[in-house]
Design a binder for this molecule. Structure first.
Ligand code: ADP
Length: 490
């Protein structure tokens, strides 16, 4: 089915460098396919080192003038960008659904979510306060001001092609940084469309630059940015192994880094929980984007006393989920992003079953729909030795483990190198604060399954990374402190 947009020019197929649209210097192309059918429907540049360098040249040249603007002046550009994103939310939602596979309603929802970060950081741009420090000796004035770090390289994943770009670019631009960005190879079109709208918002040349590349050439592009001392910061969302590689390589030029990496979120249902609320929370948290989010519950712990009841209520909801292409209006779960993703999900389910878990519902590929579909699945009898509890499955699979005691389940929840999101349901107030305090996680949902919001600090601890996106702290990742001391004041 052809992709029809009210603004066909939003489907860009070029790199954006210094406010001009370019092919890759060596002319290579990266095909973009619809995960629902695996058919190619667009091409973008498969960029190389020369393109990455040209992007840094442009961002570096644009930095002095951009940082010299006041926060309020920079905010005007972001506000115009925000208005354009809202104006074309349907087109952007359609692009997301086509290249990423999430149902259209979710695609539109993601656009609004992305826009909320642009609006938030437009507002925060004028609020990058420093501080006046009481002087310890007479005759001096001391203060701290915040400055933009410089050129920022942003590398984003495929699961939220609009939101991940907005969450990085909006605070960087608000703080006075200029940006070079590389979206994920599976979903470059949404990101390029956002850049097209930023161009239309009047951003000066070089302030925002984007190059696209295949998975094979991603390292070639990013290695240029890692090695270039003009790039002062790397902001990354993606897998932990790639994140660790970027941290290691950025050490040579001591860049600042923000890393939003993998999670292994626990979801705990205590015996005193409101079970209907817990089921609703799990459905929202687990099945958003077909289970392909880094805050999706990956390990579900249910107290012995309510296990049977909870699984029964949950399986009624899961079995009723409608799986289908993003283009079908009633789809609730779309295709997974690619064959690699479905293979991993199938391997996790097979491993769990081999080690003694039972499938309550689902458990198999939905080949009749296409190669990338997997049935929403519940597994019971899951234990800590199974792959699905040790690694992120990143798919529509709910692995359920039973527990008896609070101490035992908190220890099990924390028994992972990761610490991004955690959820639990209880009606006992004392327990709520006790457990929230003990969970090793950057984000904790207490009787709530939908946690992300532009007003709140999103980010992890342990091997889930560092840095926070959103909230009044979000600008800090893109600023550095300068201490000023004036003496001789008598
Ligand atoms: P996923 O497994 O979900 O695709 P990745 O961490 O592999 O997550 O990808 C996230 C982003 O990192 C994508 O933009 C991808 O192109 C990029 N990427 C992947 N490998 C490398 C690498 N070796 N160097 C730099 N960037 C990479």
């Amino acid at each position: 089915m052809p992709l029809t947009l009210t603004r066909p020019d939003l489907q860009r197929q070029h790199n954006f460098i210094a406010n001009a649209w370019h092919d890759a210097t060596d002319g290579r192309l990266l095909p973009v396919s619809d995960p629902a059918t695996d058919t190619v429907f667009a091409h973008v540049p498969d960029s190389a080192a020369a393109d990455a360098r040209a992007a840094v040249d442009a961002a570096h040249a644009a930095f002095p003038a951009w940082r010299a603007l006041t926060g309020r002046e920079r905010a005007q550009y972001l506000k115009r960008w925000h208005a354009l994103i809202l104006a074309y939310q349907d087109d952007l939602g359609r692009l997301i659904s086509r290249e990423q596979g999430k149902p259209l309603a979710e695609g539109r929802g993601e656009v609004l979510y992305a826009a909320s970060y642009v609006e938030w950081f437009a507002e925060e741009a004028a609020r990058s306060h420093g501080e006046v420090i009481p002087e310890p000796v007479r005759g001096r004035k001391m203060l701290m001001v915040k400055e933009p770090v410089g050129v920022v390289a942003a590398i984003t994943p495929w699961n939220f092609p609009a939101a991940m770009i907005a969450r990085k670019i909006a605070p960087a631009l608000a703080a006075g940084c200029t940006v070079v960005a590389k979206p994920a190879e599976d979903t470059p079109l949404t990101s390029l469309a956002l850049v097209r709208l930023a161009e239309e918002a009047g951003l000066p040349a070089g302030v925002l630059n984007m190059v696209t590349a295949s998975r094979e050439r991603a390292a070639e592009v990013v290695d240029v940015w890692l090695a270039d001392s003009r790039v002062r910061k790397i902001t990354f969302t993606g897998s932990t192994p790639v994140g660790k590689h970027l941290v290691r390589e950025s050490a040579a030029t001591l860049k600042r880094v923000s890393m939003e990496l993998g999670g292994n979120a626990p979801f705990i249902v205590f015996e005193d929980a409101d079970l209907d609320a817990a089921v609703a929370g799990l459905m929202a948290a687990k099945f958003r984007n077909g289970g392909q989010t880094c805050v999706c519950p990956n390990r579900v712990f249910v107290h012995d006393a309510v296990h049977y009841d909870f699984v029964a209520r949950l399986s009624a909801r899961v079995a009723a989920l409608k799986v289908g292409p993003a283009s079908a209006p009633d789809s609730q779960i779309g295709p997974m992003i690619n064959a690699r993703a479905v293979d991993k999900i199938a391997a996790h389910v097979a491993d769990a079953v081999e080690r003694g878990a039972c499938v309550v519902t689902g458990g198999e590929r939905l080949a009749a729909l296409g190669a990338n579909y997997f049935a929403p699945t519940i597994l019971v009898g899951v234990d800590a030795g199974m792959r699905c509890t040790q690694e992120e499955t990143f798919g529509p699979v709910v692995p359920v483990t039973r527990f008896e005691h609070e101490d035992e389940v908190v220890a099990a929840a924390n028994d992972t190198p990761f610490g991004l999101a955690a959820y639990f349901y209880t009606r006992d107030m004392a327990r709520a604060w006790r457990v929230a305090d003990r969970l090793e996680s950057g984000i904790v949902g207490i009787n709530e399954g939908a946690l992300a919001a532009e007003v709140a600090p999103f980010g992890g601890i342990k091997e889930s990374g560092y840095g926070r996106e959103g909230s009044r702290h979000g600008l800090d990742d893109y600023t550095q402190m300068k201490y000023l001391c004036q003496g001789g004041l008598g």
